[in-house]
Structures are given as structure tokens and as C-alpha cells.
Design a protein around this ligand. Sequence first.
Ligand code: MTE
Ligand code: CO
Length: 414
Amino acid sequence: MSRYTRRQWLQTSGALSLASLSAAPVETLAGSENLPPNIPGWTKNMGAPFLSPAYGAPSLYEQHVKRALLPHPGPYPTASRTPLQSLHGIITPNGLVFERHHAGFPAISPQDQRLMIHGMVDRPLIFTMEEIARFPSESKIYFIECSGNSALELKKPTGVTVQDTHGMVSCCEWTGVRLSTVLQEAGVHKDASWLLAEGADASSMTRSIPMSKVMDDAMLVYAQNGEMLRPEQGYPLRLLLPGFEGNMSVKWLRRLKLGSQPWQSREETSAYTDLLPDGKALQFTFHMEVKSVITSPSGGQKINNHGFHEIRGLAWSGRGKIKSVEVSIDGGIHWRPAAIQEPVLSKALVRFRLPWKWHGETALIQSRATDESGHVQPTRQQLINEKGLNFYYHNNAIQSWLINTEGDVKNVHS
Ligand code: MTE
Ligand code: CO
């Protein structure tokens, strides 16, 4: 159910003439064999048989919808991005979930998968996949965002499309077991305050996690969107820390160690820290802050028709639920409330929409989200005033798309 009433819709869109949306009259379509009023070939002939392919794939006509690699200086690509401009709703299909691997992705058989729990526990334990799968399970919808998402946008507009600028965020239904449930088996010492998570890939991704998060909503997951994890998402087992920077959701999980202080691993000292103007660095910036982006119309697209258009986008916050999203079409001078599509879930993507009429004028469109913790998405200038220009991670600034009189949409800084 949409939160937008019909009255609000009419107010923001003006007196909307649906004539601008109406389809072509029947007589103008004659001419092609497959168009009405003719009976198309695919109605007259038998379609493709079942089981081809046995594991289904998108339509032949949707092959342009794919992940895109990040430009990479080294011999191997290290990340790919989700085509947000082509997606609908809030769930990212498994084949389009962005990937970030620091040393490629390993092929680990579930028979060879082990999870070791040790350190400040009564009983150090090693679990097989079968044992993990026996625990009470739960399924939750959460986003994962790489803290490097939009990093290249801070100094100058760099990406062409929203896939380039914001494509390192995804949202899946994850199935697994609460980490706190599994840890109970090992008997965690009362004074254990940190947990080390280590991956089995060649990067040995290692992060320290505060116990408050571990005991709250952290999960060990083995399935995404109804099927077992994809190899690139950590098959057969990954950690999931809802709302925290993607880096901490360690894939191909092999080891959890309980301790009384953070381990100061490479990924929390040399990387995943943010350099401030005074030369100090912010460390353990766990939460992905409130953020939103308009996905349609967005960079690289062209608006072909005057009249009605729905501005569509996504919003999310690592601190809980999205409370509201506002949209501006004049570069942030005036803001209108966007409709938010239910369900609004904590730490999940939310879809927003605003009806709009475009008559060929220049427009600078932006979205600004507010979360339930009261945080409001900042402008780029506000972010720079706060953190300077040396930081790299956690760019949650408002994104601007400039629409020119021809309808071309471009990534700009306002
Ligand atoms: N875990 C391991 N073991 N190795 C990795 O390279 N990359 C991290 C994290 N977990 C990584 C990892 C980073 S930086 C991110 S953003 C997320 O995984 C990305 O998850 P995804 O590839 O499933 O989208
Ligand atoms: Co990342």
C-alpha cells in the first residue's frame, strides 16, 4: 500500500492529463505483421519447450541488464556494480547483486566448509555446514552497501549512470541462523566484548565486531532470495551484519574468535578508516548512514516525452527504517514528499516515487532521505564541511541529476 493519497498525488502533479499517457490509436499500428490488430506469430506457433534452460534466465530482450565491472588498475577486476536503473521494487535478483572480492572468489564445497569458534569461550567448537543448517533459521530482508559506494563521486562527478555512482548496494532476503544462537553452544565468556570474523578466501578478510552487534541482529547466512548463496556472495556461509559497512559481512566465513579488544586488522587500520583534515582518522565507522538516489530518470538516460513521468528511486539507512524521502526538481530549493512503498523494513532498501510533469525545461532533480534515528541525508558540501576532502568511504551525499532541454540526464554536482 502506498502512503501517498490521491489528493497529494494530484497536488504535486498538477491537473494531470492522462491523455499524455494514452496509447496509439489502433489504425496507426497496422503495418507490422506482429502488431495489433494482426495476430502475432508467437500466438500462431507453439512456444519454446519447458526445461530450456532448466535453470531459468531473463528474457532475451533483457540482456543489457547486467552487472558492470569497476575500472581496475591491477590485472583483475575487484568489484562489479548492480544496474539500479533497470531494477524494480526492492529485491536485487541474485545474478545482479554487486560483488566485491579482495582476492577473487573461491569455490568451496559444503563438505569442506568448517566454521571454527574459539577464543574466550567455554568450549571451542568446529561446525560443519550440516550442523549450521540444523539451527533454528530465520529469513530477513536487508541491504548490503560497500562503504566505498559513491566514493569516486566526492571530488567530481565521475560516473555516467546510477550503476556507476551507486551500484554497490544490493538488497536480498537472507536466510540463516542468528549468530547469538550459534555462539550459545560455545558458551561465550561474560567479559568477551569483541568478535573476530575471518574469511577463507585468499584475502583472509578479517574484521573486529563489537559484541553489542553480535548479540543484536548479526546472522550466519547460507541462502539469498530463496536459493543457496551464490559463490560470489560467500557460498556456502557468510556473516551478515545488517546496516554495517559491507566489508564487515565476511564471506566464505571460516573462523570466529571471541576477545576483549579489537584486533586492529589490516581492513580496520590501513583501509576502511577515513582521514580527517586534522590528520587523524575515523576508525570503526560501522553504520552505513541514511542515503537515497533517484534511479529514474538517472544519468545516461534520455527523457523522450513531454508530460507525465514518475520519478523513482531507492532509499536506505543502516540505522533502521526510512522515515521519509523528499524530492526536489529545482536543485534543492523546494522539496516535495515522495510516496514510500510498503513494506518499510529496517535496514532494507525502500522504493520511493513522485509523479512529475516535464515540459522540456531544465531540471536539477535530487532526493533526500531521513531515517527513524533522525539523521537526514546531507548535501555534498555539508559532508565536506564535516569530514574534509581526504576521506574515501561513507559518501552518502545527495545525488544530483541534471536534465537539459533535450531530456538528456547527466551526473552533476549542484
Ligand atoms: N569477505 C571476504 N572473505 N572477502 C572479501 O573480499 N569483501 C567485503 C565483504 N566481505 C569481502 C568479504 C566487501 S568490501 C563487501 S562490500 C562485501 O563483502 C560485498 O558483498 P557481496 O560481494 O556479496 O556484494
Ligand atoms: Co566493500
